[in-house]
Design a protein around this ligand. Structure first.
Ligand SMILES: NC(=O)c1ccc[n+]([C@@H]2O[C@H](COP(=O)([O-])OP(=O)(O)OC[C@H]3O[C@@H](n4cnc5c(N)ncnc54)[C@H](O)[C@@H]3O)[C@@H](O)[C@H]2O)c1
Length: 337
């Protein structure tokens, strides 16, 4: 297949590109290489594979759309994005242009020039907002949500919050609407937190990698490990290892389901709070730690665990890598950086 991957030099994009190139697909990547680590990911892909690369901003896609039409993609995997909530608060306009406007430009390209091309979008669980309207139960190391023991399903109300939530959410909704109104063959994946190899974490993007990095630094320097966090550390996320995400996209490029949104994450079995993550890291590295609590981040969800029953039933996909195994892989990836 001819597969266009926007953001193909990012964490998820490069892992997916690597697998699809191994599977002998023709790949075109668009990436402006603005993300920390994306040049390294490009070098990594170039060392092993042949593929086409457009080093341009996705916001200006209209100006180079002829190159895309010539490539004639069977499917577009749209992963390029402004990915940090904090950055979206600093520059909401740029966040909107990268996440919402660019997606609309691609949808228009599909509608006018590539109506047979299929489309998969990497959305986010932030489209459900901070979920403040739900009832929380406090336990020793984590919160849980009353009545949502299987996690949050796709039919809970959308409530976009923060510029990042709004820009990703409007892209998400435009895609579903273009499927309905124009027959665009598209699917939306609403990702929970994903972690793994080729992820170059920063303090505001890739929290598992960031805390693992802090722990390894402290261990190597024989210094005291201080985890600086927002909130009380009992906030819970379901986490997904990148190999599982790659398997999902590898399946999804053959799927004939359109106009559908799926929650994608590790689910209930792979959920953990910050405090539980710190204890796991402590055990694995044999290192003690202190937690410094700061104020809660705006729009932070106390708990997000994806209910992954819909994707399990309809796309026959579920995570295979446990959090424990994934964390071992993450520790060895970060230790080599
Ligand atoms: N990783 C996660 O946990 C997670 C969670 C929820 C949603 N997502 C979504 O999945 C997608 C991929 O995430 P990721 O973790 O791989 O992020 P990433 O930052 O590692 O990758 C994004 C890539 O897009 C590129 N890019 C950014 N702005 C661009 C622009 N204007 N033009 C061209 N290229 C641009 C970056 O250089 C980078 O290579 C994003 O859209 C993100 O919102 C990821």
């Amino acid at each position: 297949m001819n597969i266009l991957i926007t953001g193909g030099c990012g964490f998820l994009g490069s892992n997916i590109a690597h697998k699809l190139l191994n599977d002998k697909h023709n790949i075109l990547i668009i990436d402006n290489l603005q993300r920390l680590g994306s040049e390294k990911n490009l070098d990594w892909l170039n060392a092993e594979h042949d593929f086409k690369f457009i080093h341009k901003d996705i916001v200006n896609i209209e100006s180079y759309k002829d190159e895309i039409i010539r490539f004639n993609p069977d499917i577009i995997l749209h992963l390029a994005g402004q990915v940090a909530m904090t950055t979206s608060l600093e520059d909401p306009h740029r966040d909107f242009m990268v996440n919402a406007y660019s997606t609309l430009q691609i949808l228009e390209l599909l509608r006018k020039d590539l109506p047979q091309t299929r489309f998969i979008y990497s959305s986010t669980n932030k489209v459900y907002g901070d979920l403040e309207h739900l009832d929380y139960i406090e336990h020793a190391t984590r919160y849980s949500i009353k009545g949502y023991e299987d996690g949050i399903p796709e039919d809970i109300r959308l409530e976009m919050s923060s510029p990042y939530g709004c820009s990703k959410g409007s892209a998400d909704q435009y895609i579903l609407d273009y499927a309905k109104n124009f027959g665009i063959r598209s699917v939306v994946f609403r990702h929970s937190s994903i972690f793994g190899r080729r992820q170059f974490s920063t303090f505001d993007q890739g929290w598992i990698g960031w805390f693992v990095m802090k722990a390894i630094e402290a261990k190597n320097n024989n210094s005291k490990l201080e985890f600086d966090i927002s909130g009380d550390g009992k906030q819970v996320r379901d986490v997904l290892f990148s190999d599982d995400l790659v398997n999902l996209y590898t399946k999804a490029i053959h799927s004939e389901k359109y106009g559908v949104a799926y929650n994608i994450g590790g689910g209930v079995l792979n959920s953990l709070s910050l405090l539980e993550l710190f204890d796991l890291i402590k055990e694995k590295l044999d290192i003690s730690y202190n937690v410094n609590n700061g104020p809660w981040r705006s729009s932070d969800q106390k708990v997000f665990i994806a209910d992954i029953n819909k994707v399990r039933n309809e796309l026959n996909w579920s995570p295979k890598v446990s959090t424990n195994e994934g964390l071992d892989e993450m520790l060895s990836w970060v230790a080599k950086l």
